[in-house]
Design a protein around this ligand. Sequence first.
Ligand code: 13P
Length: 244
Amino acid sequence: MRRKVVAGNWKMNTTVSEGEKLAERLVDADVSAVDVIVAPPFTHLDRVGSVLEKTDIALAAQTLSVDTFGAHTGEVAGEMLADLGCSYVIVGHSESRGRGENDEIVAQKIERAFETGLTPIICIGEDEEVYNSGERLDFLKGQVRSALGAVDSSKAFMFAYEPIWAIGTGKTASADDAQSVIGEIRGELPKEVADDIRILYGGSVKAENVEGFLSKDDVDGVLVGGASLKADSFKAIIDGASHV
Ligand code: 13P
């Protein structure tokens, strides 16, 4: 049985003190039935991590450097994130890919995540043009295969399918469509781990639609952007996910 996941990606939102307050309002969330992860900006990790230390909510970073310690101005190494208490790191988010993070860099980041003891949440997703082209599955399988080349399948990792046209738009894939795409992605995974790896859906997830996605056999969790920025809406998603 794959345990359901609710992950909140705060992206580049909130000041540190606002983020700390948001985390404080998550402390009493009932996370007994699902794995809950939050990914605040780098600047917030220390203080948000301290607030969440007493809970079972795990901390994630939104990306990491391809490098280890050294002369890499502006970068943040996986070692630093692990030291701050991160257990997870998002890699390949479409917003990072949009700024030049190609499949090769995503693969390097996955390797760095494993080397530094972080579990990568590997994002894939097509834009509207690919969606309409009829080549969506080939495109997504290409992203999956490239990432798998860097994966250590003896360790935990997750995929998140986030269609770009559904991110922050209020449009979502239908639950059936998410199931069908995620089922195809699962088919690409190495046989020995395919039944264990959790694959999430992301893109305009909210309390009203979370149960629909999570009621599908292959959809193991959700990666939430906007609705993770308010404690009430994130808790309502956790609650919905706990009742599927
Ligand atoms: P929204 O939930 O705001 O559409 O964002 C999804 C996302 O990109 C999570 O990583």
